[in-house]
Design a protein around this ligand. Structure first.
Ligand code: FE
Length: 212
């Protein structure tokens, strides 16, 4: 396995109440990471540490990207790499909201910023149907989970709270809103879907007049 050069610690160097500067540092570090290696295991290992550091502080997500919708979960694009090597998305769940069973086709990292998320993984059986791969996992604020299509990336996620919204920050190895992938019924029937995004604007990471 290739050794990664140390990444610049941009996120850690930003002051408290850094606002979007913290997110800017995170995407800068991720761009360095995917430039330094194409090894998925290395990207997931180092990316998980970067994401854990990002979500350790809940002071940077602009309020416009934290608003739940009463009818459906929100998938706000926070950043897409200019070469679509990765994207960063804020998932906002109202109580009772969650995804159908789905896959990703690219690597993924899930980190909970606020509240808690449930994650149920599924595996294919010989007859093509899906069965749960162990009990549902509870992901609490500050925790990170990795997903890889190489080891099985079919899951269902949702809000673990019944008394308020939860927000998780997801990072994917592509422009996830444009990736053609599938949702599944338990009998294994796949249905093509391209998720898109709930938002048409992105946070402005590049105005350095307030935070250098
Ligand atoms: Fe997912």
């Amino acid at each position: 396995m290739a050794t990664l050069a140390p990444l610049p610690d941009v996120a850690a160097a930003t002051p408290p109440r850094a606002g979007v500067a913290r997110l800017r540092g995170f995407v800068t570090n991720l761009a360095e990471l995917v430039s330094a290696t194409r090894n998925e295991a290395e990207i997931l290992e180092t990316g998980a540490k970067l994401l854990a550091r990002l979500i350790a502080q809940d002071d940077w997500l602009p309020p416009a990207f934290a608003i739940p919708h009463p009818d459906r979960y929100q998938q706000y694009l926070l950043h897409c790499d200019s070469r679509e090597r990765f994207s960063v998305v804020s998932f906002v769940w109202a109580p009772g909201q969650g995804t159908p069973i789905h896959d990703h086709r690219v690597w993924g990292l899930v980190g909970v910023l606020r509240g808690a998320e449930t994650s149920e993984r599924f595996v294919r059986q010989g007859d093509g149907s899906l069965k749960p791969d162990g009990p549902a996992q509870l992901l609490r604020a500050g925790e990170v989970e990795a997903l890889s299509p190489r080891t099985g990336d079919i899951h269902r996620v949702g809000n673990a709270r019944s008394d308020g919204p939860s927000i998780s920050i997801h990072v994917y190895g592509g422009n996830i809103g444009a990736v053609e992938r599938a949702t599944y019924a338990l009998d294994g029937t796949a249905k093509r879907f391209v998720s898109g995004y709930a938002s048409t604007v992105l946070p402005n990471l590049w105005d350095r007049s307030q935070t250098p």
